[in-house]
Design a protein around this ligand. Sequence first.
Ligand SMILES: O=C(O)CCC(=O)C(=O)O
Length: 181
Amino acid sequence: MMQEPLPAWLSGLSKAIHSTLLAPAQEGLVESSLQLFSEFNHVLVNEYLPGQGIFAHEDGPFYHPMVATLSLGSHTIINYRPKHSALETDPSLKGFSLFIEPRSLVVMSEKVYRDFTHEIEPKTADRVSCLTECENFSQCAIKDFPSEIQRGARISLTFRHVKNSHKLPRILGFVKPMGNK
Ligand SMILES: O=C(O)CCC(=O)C(=O)O
């Protein structure tokens, strides 16, 4: 992959998230994998309208195994399921779901990154029973729910580090377009 600078509005956000996560890594409070790269160099912006989701997938070996996703707009629920290959090694692995609140940051790293898939079901609303079953429900800021909460539009920004990226050589800036005489 050829690397281009992030736009200014994303660059500031990316640096802020990286340094927020780096401090606990340096103190040994979270896995140290973040210390292996100095910046996020890839940001994916997804928009989900009510009823849209993303099929179960893994992010794969192309990226460093620590990605951070900032959620804007609606809540959602992300389901994490152990991969078949991981279950062969460790049959005790269990799937889980996270309730993703508006303006929250989810960090996926190491074991969950490598051994689990993640997905968002294409739903327009979530029953409160689905929310209370989420692994992080007790830590969530929102406490009062109707029996069902509607999903609105959600925008996610996923910050990643592509392992083998190269800066564009300056010389490419001087290549003359062909065909215009
Ligand atoms: O939108 C999200 O929270 C997840 C995005 C995602 O899984 C992806 O883009 O690969």
